[in-house]
Write a protein that binds this ligand. Sequence first.
Ligand code: COA
Length: 160
Amino acid sequence: MGRSSIAELTFRAAVRKDIPDLVALDHICFPEELAYDGRVFEDILDWRGSWHIVALHGERVVGFVAAVPYDRFAHFITLDIHPDFRRMGLGNMLMDAAERMIAEDGFKIAVLEVESDNEAAIALYKKRGYTIRGMLKGYYANGKDAYVMSKVLSDYGDGL
Ligand SMILES: CC(C)(COP(=O)(O)OP(=O)(O)OC[C@H]1O[C@@H](n2cnc3c(N)ncnc32)[C@H](O)[C@@H]1OP(=O)(O)O)[C@@H](O)C(=O)NCCC(=O)NCCS
C-alpha cells in the first residue's frame, strides 16, 4: 500500500475522549521528559476561548495543534504531527487553520516557544512569518533553551 496522503484526513476540534490519543501522540513527538500528560490537554480543552484542531486518519489521531488566549496574545501550546504524516504539509495546514481562527476571534499576535535546536519546527515557523524575539535559557524540563517566536496575524480576515 502506498503512503497515506493528507487528502485522506479529516479535521475537527478536540474533545475529551481524544485525550488518551493526544497524550500518546505527544509522547511520540517529544522526548519523555517534555511530553505532556493528560492534565495539560484537559487544561487546553477547559481554557475559555482556546483553539484546537485534531487531524484524523480514519479513527487515528495523527495531528494536533492548540493555542490559548493569554492577555492580548494567542499562545501556541503544541503542534504534533505523527512521523508517518510529516513533510506532507500537515503541520503547515494545522497552523494555517489555527491562525485563521485566532485572527477571526480578533487576536493580532501569535506567540510560541520552540526548543532552540528544533530545526524542523523553527523552519516551519519562519516560513510562516514567525520571527525570533528572544531566548529563554533552560526553559524546558531537560534544561534546553527555548526561542520565543511571534507573528503579526495581518494576512487573515478583515480589520486586522
Ligand atoms: C515540526 C513538525 C510539526 C513539522 O510538521 P510537518 O507536518 O512535517 O511540516 P510540513 O510538512 O507542514 O512542513 C512545512 C515546512 O516546514 C519545514 N520543515 C518541516 N519539517 C522539516 C524538517 N524535518 N527539516 C527541515 N525543515 C522542515 C519545511 O520548510 C517545510 O516545507 P517543505 O516540506 O516544503 O520543505 C513535525 O516535525 C513534528 O511534529 N515534530 C515533533 C513535534 C514538534 O517539534 N513540534 C513543534 C514544537 S514547537
